[in-house]
Design a protein around this ligand. Structure first.
Ligand SMILES: NC(=O)c1ccc[n+]([C@@H]2O[C@H](COP(=O)([O-])OP(=O)(O)OC[C@H]3O[C@@H](n4cnc5c(N)ncnc54)[C@H](O)[C@@H]3O)[C@@H](O)[C@H]2O)c1
Length: 284
């Protein structure tokens, strides 16, 4: 979609990190905003920053749990009722949990799969028919470098992000099959960058509470991942801008961190050699 001015952006996870920066970049392009998040205070802060930077931006917010199909459907309906359409959909909400994968609890699996995988699946399910019917639109699915490369202590997260890459590629092929040429897809695959992702548990629901047994190796890994997130050189604002350019250029894959493509080649070489597992946290 080349001219985004006047169009409607629907952003999940719009109350923090990348979602907030996407909202600010969309507003800067003259878009209307539909924000969804479980964190209502976070969305109010996003709305405040949007208004400060781009006064008069039309914004609507909804308390949204993306793991629930009926809520994501209501989110799509809200965009239609309020603005008559939704054009660029950012399936962005995401959470993370650590721990050796055999120790992760059923609640860990259900929570992270619910947000990271079902959240994207429901976004695709609820919005794609609207985009096909109106004959224009673009879906951005936020995956990760972890959609291609696996490090330790991120098992559930890695599984969900590989799934988001698979879902996005298949979505693009299925849209091609039905001739929906004006509905684009982008899959965003960043490495670590500074946001609230390492503190995902702040928004974890009580019915999926954390009962994971604490072990030293997981604490060390969690500290290393937190440090990697905080030290990330590319900021959420830069990634948001690259993402909007990808929408405007109808670019499918986005790797904001260039070295990730080299690591994917190294992983492919490890697969070719068939001998030892590839470790994205210790690739050489
Ligand atoms: N920060 C990184 O290093 C990094 C790297 C690669 C990919 N990502 C991805 O970027 C996306 C955005 O995450 P972020 O880094 O901005 O983290 P963040 O924690 O700052 O923001 C995530 C937002 O999602 C919201 N959220 C959580 N559960 C939700 C639910 N059930 N329904 C709706 N909203 C919910 C949170 O309230 C929060 O506002 C995620 O998909 C994440 O996996 C992040």
């Amino acid at each position: 979609m080349q001219n985004l001015s006047g169009k409607v952006a629907a952003i999940t996870g719009g109350g923090s990190g990348l979602g907030r920066e996407l909202a600010l970049r969309c507003a800067a392009r003259g878009m209307k905003l539909v924000l969804g998040d479980v964190d209502e205070a976070g969305m109010q802060e996003t709305q405040r920053q949007v208004e400060a930077q781009n006064p008069g931006t039309e914004t609507v917010t909804m308390r949204l749990d993306v793991s629930k199909l009926e809520q994501v459907q209501a989110f799509a309906d809200l965009a239609k009722q309020r603005f008559g359409a939704a054009h660029v959909i950012f399936n962005n909400a995401g959470v993370s949990v650590g721990g050796p994968v055999w120790m992760n609890t059923q609640a860990d699996w259900e929570w992270v799969m619910g947000v990271n995988l079902y959240g994207v699946a429901w976004g695709v399910k609820a919005f794609t028919p609207m985009l096909i019917e109106q004959g224009e639109g673009h879906i951005v699915n936020v995956a990760s470098a972890a959609g291609w490369l696996n490090g330790p202590s991120m098992g559930i997260y890695n599984v969900t992000k590989h799934s988001v890459v698979a879902l996005s590629e298949t979505l693009a092929l299925d849209l091609r099959d039905v001739g929906a040429d004006n509905v684009g897809v982008t899959v965003l695959c960043p490495a670590f960058f500074p946001t609230g992702i390492h503190d995902s548990a702040r928004n974890r629901p009580a019915d999926k509470a954390d009962t994971l047994e604490r072990v030293d190796v997981a604490a060390e890994r969690a500290a290393a991942i937190k440090a990697a997130v905080e030290k990330g050189k590319i900021k959420a604002a830069d990634i948001a801008e690259m993402t909007l350019k990808a929408v405007e250029d109808n670019q499918f894959y986005v790797f904001p961190h260039r070295k990730i493509k080299d690591l994917i080649k190294l992983r492919a070489a490890a697969a070719e050699a068939e001998k030892t597992v590839f470790d994205s946290m210790n690739p050489f």
